[in-house]
Write a protein that binds this ligand. Structure first.
Ligand SMILES: [Mg+2]
Length: 258
């Protein structure tokens, strides 16, 4: 693996010297991975830890998975979710510290699941001659481990990730901007085609980073944000999952392949 600077890690591709292909930039959590159960389990464990540390008995009332995920998808602030669960404002910071401490623990990463259409979508990109480049706030090692476990490594050409394992949960927009700009510049240097590139992702970080870089943007509503929330960001297109996005993006980026 190449050296890390402040946050960027690029995993060199075996296909680096292959012929120039049109590039599609794609996020990882959301379009490819369903993180909902891991985030929910982390939230539940965070509440239990605070309950025990502060001897609250069973004063807290965890939300159901459906309630929790609907709030996350509509970008309700974490403090509001915590207070709806019975946590006092004074205990919010210790709660979030606990959540951030454990969310990337291997015992919780096992809750991550592949999205139902992700494998078919990655195959579709490959068959269409697209170079698929992942741009994610996850650590590249976690990405590679997941792709390997799913047998998908050969369908992804390159991975740009964040060295800080806490970055993905925090979903920092500025960090995604910088990572995408770096990925575009490096793909161009390698001779790949980015003139008609798209940025595909499930949050405001993806849509805003893509817009800022002058790319077309495909928002995916099966991840951490709802369709109605994503629509307000005015992405080029809004899709229900990665497979419908792959078909639309290939059609727009490579008309002859559709
Ligand atoms: Mg995402």
């Amino acid at each position: 693996m190449s050296a890390c600077n402040s946050f960027l890690c690029a995993v060199p591709s075996n296909l680096r010297h292959s012929i120039a292909r049109p590039v599609v930039f794609c996020d990882f959590d959301g379009p490819i991975v369903d993180v909902s159960e891991r985030y929910y389990q982390t939230y539940r464990m965070g509440l239990v830890a605070i309950e025990q540390q502060h001897r609250l008995g069973s004063a807290l009332q965890p939300l159901s998975k459906a309630q929790f995920w609907q709030m996350k998808q509509n970008r309700i602030a974490d403090i509001e979710i915590a207070m709806k669960s019975g946590l006092s404002a004074a205990l919010f910071d210790p709660f979030m510290q606990q959540v951030e401490r454990i969310v990337n623990h291997p015992s919780l990463l096992r809750w991550d699941r592949i999205q139902p259409t992700a494998q078919a979508a990655l195959k579709y990109f490959r068959q269409s001659g697209v170079r698929l480049v992942l741009v994610t706030l996850r650590h590249p090692r976690q990405v590679q481990e997941f792709l390997q476990a799913q047998g998908l490594t050969h369908l992804v050409d390159e991975v740009y990730g964040a060295c800080d394992v806490r970055a993905a949960h925090a979903n920092r927009v500025a960090q995604k901007y910088e990572l995408l700009a770096e990925a575009i510049a490096q793909q161009q240097t390698q001779g790949h085609l980015t003139q008609n590139s798209w940025m595909v992702g499930d949050t405001e970080a993806d849509v805003l980073a893509g817009q800022s870089a002058g790319l077309s943007t495909a928002a995916i509503a099966c991840g951490v944000r709802s369709a109605s929330y994503l629509q307000q960001l005015e992405p080029t297109e809004l899709y229900s999952c990665l497979l419908t996005a792959a078909r639309g993006v290939v059609k727009a980026a490579i008309p002859q392949a559709a």
